[in-house]
Each structure stands twice: as structure tokens, then as C-alpha cells.
Ligand binder design. Structure first.
Ligand code: NAD
Length: 340
């Protein structure tokens, strides 16, 4: 069993912990929190040993009934690999600690590419992660872009991508973020940083991205346009999406034309936390204008799509299997991932 520690048990960390726990070849050796919180109670309820950043605060946890197993260094001693899911910018400060314990480490998209020197997406570059010590799983938006661009590029060649990201203002639990009543150009300058981030995984792709933030909490919506290197039909593009294990079609027959209805659908499917690990591409939006001008809308569940990527990254780094499709299949099956 691969022993996995999760440093930072928040939006991403708690999902990664549950996903690790579901895998046949991995176990959770610990999760960490800085302060007592609802998530700390949940860690106890799930039976994940809870470690804390500052052991001097042990009493503040135990006085409210939260069991503490030790400090983060104690947790790291039990692990083969650590998934750092601390807030963006905090993770890079932990690198010396991971090096001290000779641990393999995975960071999230809130850190720069340089933290690991390798940015990962299981559909694009799994093989290059085999046996690596340090990996960064790219952000939710970059993950969504990489999946579709790479899949289309492999068949038709992609000569240019233009994408607009309409981003959620906050995760559902975030009470301090906004906007409440605005569309915020973020950044107001064009292009946004998302294109260069895609190039950390797919360096040959010519891409320009724009981004804004809107008052919603479930999903980003991407407007994606690609110039193709060869003639394609709409049916061929739909086939690529249907056959991809990390992309799903939001079917015309469902009548779903929003993220709100998509959330209800995920919930009715029985997905834990309404999580959508796949990119959700609206079937009716997929259009080829002429023969080489491709358009689509895709919803990206920001809290979920990177979770499965973390699991595949662990398996690649630990040489669990050399085959990306096998890893993706194991990950998906363990989570009970059924098509949309
Ligand atoms: P979060 O704030 O929900 O959770 C972070 C957790 O880290 C919290 O539990 C916090 O208590 C803990 N923490 C803070 N400082 C710590 C420290 N010094 N040591 C140990 N733990 C510490 O953050 P998140 O949204 O889960 O984001 C984590 C990472 O994942 C970031 O890099 C972010 O950019 C990336 N990411 C987030 C999303 C998203 O939509 N939330 C999507 C993709 C990637």
C-alpha cells in the first residue's frame, strides 16, 4: 500500500484524502489542520489521524473534542508521499521539510511550476511523472483546458486555442470572498496567466486566454475555441469526448443548460459532495464552423477535477503502473465514477 499524507485538509485536501482512502493500492496515514474547524471534526469522524501545524495548540483542539495524533513532522514520518494542499503560496515553504524527510511530494495549482519543475495532467504526461520525486498538479482551469486541447490535438492537430474562463467567485463554504454583485475582469489585462499555465503541460500549444469572476460557487464555465490542423466533423469531436475517461457530455436530453442544473444532476447521481471529476462539455455547444473552427462550452467543477489527477500523480510517482489509462481506470473505478 502506498502511504499518503495530506498536508492541508481543506477544499482539495479533504477530497484527495477520501479519494486516496477509496483506492485499492493507497492508504491515508494522516491529514493536517492549523486550527480546530468543522473539517477537523470530519477528519476524526472519517478515522484519518489528524496532525496539527503547531503542536503548542494541541489543547485548543482537544478542549473541543478533536483528537490530535501529533504534529506535521510526525505525520511525514509515516508517509511515502505527501500531497500538499495548503493555500497557494504556502506549499512552496514546505518543500525543505519534505526534502528533510526524503519524501516525494505533490503540490497544487496555486503554486508556481518551479516548485516541482514538472506540471502534471494524467491524460497528457503521466509517463513523464513515473518515479519522479516532485510533481505539481495544475489548477482546475488548466486541467480542464489540457484535457480537451490534448485530446483534440492528438487527432486533428490544434494550431491555435482561444479560451475565456468565467470563474466562480468562491467555493461554496467561502464566506469572505466575492464578488456578490459584479462581473470582475480578472485580470483586466489580456491574455490571462491560464494560457502559459497550459504550456507548462503542453508547451507546443499556441493559446490565448481571458478570465473573469462572477458571483457563483459551483463550477467555472469555459468558452473554448480551437483552430484545427485538419478537417473535422462535429460527430468526430463528440466521439473523442465520449471516449475520454475524464470528459463527459452534458446531454441535450437532460435539458441542462446551466451549472445549477448540473449540480442537481451530480447530486441526484449520488456523487459525493456533488463532485464532478470530469470536464462537463455541453453536447449542444460542440460546433465545427466550416471544417476547422471548433467551439464548445465546458463546465469545470473547481473542487473536484484535480482530485483524480492527484491520485494518478501518486501512482505514477510511486511506479504503481506505467500505463496512464490503467491508472485512470483504477482511480475512476475506486470512486464509483459513472458517465454523466
Ligand atoms: P483551502 O483554504 O480550502 O484549504 C487549505 C488547507 O490548508 C486548510 O485546511 C488550512 O487549514 C490548511 N493550512 C493552511 N496553512 C497551513 C500550513 N502552514 N500547514 C498545513 N496546513 C495549512 O484551500 P484549497 O482551496 O483546498 O486550495 C489548496 C490548493 O489547491 C491551492 O494551491 C489552490 O490553488 C489549489 N486548488 C484549489 C482549487 C479550488 O477551487 N478550491 C481548485 C484547484 C486547485
Amino acid at each position: 500500500m502506498i502511504k499518503v499524507a495530506i498536508n492541508g485538509y481543506g477544499t482539495i485536501g479533504k477530497r484527495v484524502a477520501d479519494a486516496v482512502n477509496a483506492q485499492p493500492d493507497m492508504e491515508v496515514v494522516g491529514v493536517s489542520k492549523t486550527r480546530p474547524s468543522a473539517e477537523a471534526y470530519i477528519a476524526n469522524m472519517r478515522g484519518y489521524p489528524l496532525y496539527i501545524a503547531d503542536i503548542a495548540k494541541r489543547d485548543t483542539f482537544e478542549n473541543v473534542g478533536i483528537e490530535v495524533a501529533g504534529d506535521i513532522e510526525d505525520m511525514l514520518k509515516h508517509a511515502d508521499v505527501v500531497v500538499d494542499a495548503t493555500p497557494g503560496g504556502v506549499g512552496k515553504k514546505n518543500k525543505t521539510l519534505y526534502e528533510l524527510y526524503n519524501l516525494k511530494a505533490i503540490w497544487q495549482g496555486g503554486e508556481d511550476h518551479d516548485v516541482a519543475g514538472f506540471s502534471f495532467n494524467s491524460s497528457c504526461n503521466y509517463e513523464s511523472a513515473l518515479g519522479r520525486d516532485f510533481v505539481r498538479v495544475v489548477s482546475c482551469n488548466t486541467t480542464g483546458l489540457c484535457r480537451i486541447i490534448n485530446a483534440v490535438d492528438n487527432v486533428f492537430g490544434v494550431t491555435k486555442v482561444r479560451a475565456t474562463m468565467v470563474r466562480r467567485g468562491s467555493d461554496p463554504g467561502g464566506i469572505k470572498k466575492g464578488p456578490v454583485d459584479a462581473i470582475v475582469l480578472n485580470p483586466v489585462t489580456i491574455p490571462s496567466h491560464h494560457g502559459p499555465d497550459v504550456q507548462t503541460v503542453l508547451p507546443h500549444i499556441d493559446i490565448v486566454t481571458l478570465a473573469m469572476i462572477v458571483p457563483t460557487t459551483f463550477c467555472h464555465m469555459h468558452v473554448v475555441q480551437m483552430d484545427l490542423g485538419a478537417d473535422a466533423t462535429r460527430e468526430e469531436i463528440l466521439n473523442i469526448i465520449e471516449e475520454h475517461p475524464r470528459m463527459g457530455l452534458v446531454r441535450k436530453g437532460t435539458g441542462i443548460t446551466s451549472t445549477a442544473e448540473l449540480k442537481e444532476y451530480a447530486s441526484d447521481m449520488g456523487r459525493p459532495r456533488s463532485d464532478l471529476w470530469e470536464s462537463c462539455i455541453y453536447e449542444e455547444s460542440v460546433s465545427v464552423v466550416g471544417k476547422r473552427d471548433l467551439y464548445m462550452f465546458q463546465a469545470i467543477h473547481q473542487e473536484a477535477d484535480v482530485v483524480v489527477e492527484n491520485i494518478d500523480a501518486i501512482r505514477a510517482m510511486m511506479n504503481g503502473t506505467p500505463d496512464p489509462l490503467e491508472s485512470v481506470a483504477i482511480t475512476n473505478k475506486a470512486l464509483g465514477f459513472t458517465p454523466l
